[in-house]
Design a protein around this ligand. Sequence first.
Ligand SMILES: [Zn+2]
Length: 162
Amino acid sequence: MKLTDLTGKQVEVKNCLGCEIVEEKISVMGGLIFKGKHFSIAQDFELPINGFIILSSNRHIEKFIELTQEEQFELNTLIHKTLKILEKNSVAEEYNIILEEKKGVHLHVWLMPRHKWMIEKFGKVLKNVKEIQKYAKENMRIEENLSKIQQTCNLLKSQLNK
Ligand SMILES: [Zn+2]
C-alpha cells in the first residue's frame, strides 16, 4: 500500500502502519519521539498539523479492552506527560484525545490539537475532523509549518526522554 506522508512523499507500507512505525521500519517526520515499554509516540504520519501526536501500542492489538492494566497505566501517563509539555510550550491550548477502534487497524490514540485556524475556518473541530485533515494535507505542507512540526517533535523528544 502506498501512503503519502505529511511532507508529501510517497511511502510504500508493506504491513501494518502502526507496527512499522513502532518498529522503526518506516520513518515518520520527527522520528520516533519516545519508545516506552508498551507505547510509542510519534508525530502523525500523514497530517502536517503541528502537535498532532500519536501514541501507538508496541504490540499489535486493535481493541482498547485488550490492554493489560500495566499498558493502560503507561498509556495514561504518557498522554498526560505529552499534553503537559505541549501545553506548557504553547503548541495549542486544548486537545481532543481520540481513540477510534477499527478492525485491522493498530491501536493508537490521537492527540488532536485545537488550533485557532481550525476554529476560525471550520467552527466545531470534532464535527469537522475529516475536512480539517483534508485542508491540512492540501494547504499545510509548507516549509514554515513543517519546521514548526519538527521543532515540536524535538521538544517532546528532549523532554520525554529526560
Ligand atoms: Zn500493527
